[in-house]
Design a protein around this ligand. Structure first.
Ligand SMILES: Nc1ncnc2c1ncn2[C@@H]1O[C@H](COP(=O)(O)OP(=O)(O)OP(=O)(O)O)[C@@H](O)[C@H]1O
Ligand SMILES: CC(C)(CO)[C@@H](O)C(=O)[O-]
Ligand code: BAL
Length: 321
């Protein structure tokens, strides 16, 4: 398993694999890996001879008030976890925006890099001594409509940052296929749309949500939950499952289903960011479950923002009528 830090080396490696007639799959991650990430790697192996996992906590998708600094990181642990999985290369760049000295901080562990609007800025504490090295980044990809609802409401720069860094990763790794998790359903839709609109020659594969033994959607940030918060946070997956059961029993009112989930999460002590039933393509709210839709939730427990969702199918009787 090769660990690659430099963009140029990454591109050359990938080109050599493809020149030899092999397909390359990319699994983009921010590290602190769990079984959900490893399931993406297993999926990647079905689509290509070579698998690259990128590990990069992207400063461009965090607003100044968010958790870039405290995002969990453990590169040594990640390498150990990936070892048995037949991954060919780990791409772990120091800084994809080339603002920072390679000499003065640990890999991808920088903080304090946005202005008040959330734009990336050079930070005095991390500026290179030779300031000709640092160049500001000013080109961003904005997937206009799909970035606005759900997570976009309270994280207005998030998807711009995600789309841009994923485009950069595609340009560096030049994969044939890239694998994303549907735990971040909106992110997966945004990337699919970007690929379609900008003609990236990359197939996008979406993988089902991996859950822990108790039903919670796996997430790197779960490590910050106290045992009590974690127990209370199970109200998210439990109430989503109950909503799905109600649909099979012919409850099709989105308002009633949303009320049920909101009540359950609030009663458990959570603070809801959003709970919405939306069309899977447009991510627009639906009033009734008359086609396959997704019920997406973001909620805070003990200072940790958690995402989850469930796909809802219309009741059989509606399909038959
Ligand atoms: N439980 C999961 N099931 C399926 N895919 C997942 C799961 N958790 C993460 N992924 C996917 O792994 C990829 C990398 O995600 P990331 O490194 O941000 O991990 P994360 O667990 O989502 O962390 P966070 O705490 O930021 O939510 C994304 O495509 C994400 O959707
Ligand atoms: C896709 C991604 C790696 C971009 O930084 C990140 O948003 C994530 O891990 O889901
Ligand atoms: N998996 C989502 C990354 C983020 O919340 O920044």
């Amino acid at each position: 398993m090769k660990v690659i830090k430099e963009k140029q080396e990454m591109r050359s490696w990938s080109r050599a694999m493809r020149k030899a007639g092999n397909r390359v799959a990319l699994v983009p991650t921010m590290g602190f890996l769990h079984s959900g990430h490893l399931a993406l790697v297993e999926e990647a192996k079905k689509h290509a001879q070579h698998v690259v996992v990128s590990i990069y906590v992207n400063p461009g998708q965090f607003a100044p008030n968010e958790d870039f600094g405290s995002y969990p990181r453990d590169i040594d642990g990640d390498l150990q976890k990936l070892q048995p999985f037949g991954v060919d290369a780990i791409f772990n760049p120091f800084d994809l925006y080339e603002r920072h000295s390679r000499l003065n901080t640990s890999a991808n562990g920088i903080a304090g890099s946005h202005d008040t609007k959330g734009f990336l800025q050079s930070d005095d504490s991390t500026l290179c001594e030779d300031d000709t090295y640092g160049q500001e980044h000013e080109t961003w990809i904005q997937v206009e409509k799909l970035s606005k609802p759900l997570c976009g409401q309270n994280r207005p720069i998030f998807f711009r940052g995600v789309a841009t860094v994923v485009a950069k990763l595609f340009n560096i790794v030049e994969p044939d296929v890239a694998i994303f998790g549907k735990k971040d359903f909106q992110q997966w839709r945004v990337i699919c749309r970007m690929v379609r609109d900008l003609d990236f020659a990359v197939d996008i594969v979406g993988c089902p949500i991996a859950r822990d033994f108790d039903g919670i959607a796996m997430s790197s940030r779960n490590v910050h939950l106290s045992p009590t918060d974690r127990c209370q946070a199970l109200s998210i997956s439990r109430s989503l499952r109950e909503a799905a059961e109600s649909v099979t029993e012919c409850e099709v009112s989105a308002q009633l289903l949303v009320e049920h989930v909101r009540k359950a999460i609030t009663a458990a002590g959570g603070k809801i960011d959003y709970a919405s039933i939306v069309d899977q393509e447009t991510l627009k709210d639906v009033r009734e479950i008359r086609a396959p839709v997704v019920f997406a939730v973001a909620a805070w427990f003990g200072g940790v923002r958690l995402l989850d969702n469930i796909e809802l199918q219309p009741p059989q009787s509606l399909l038959e009528s």
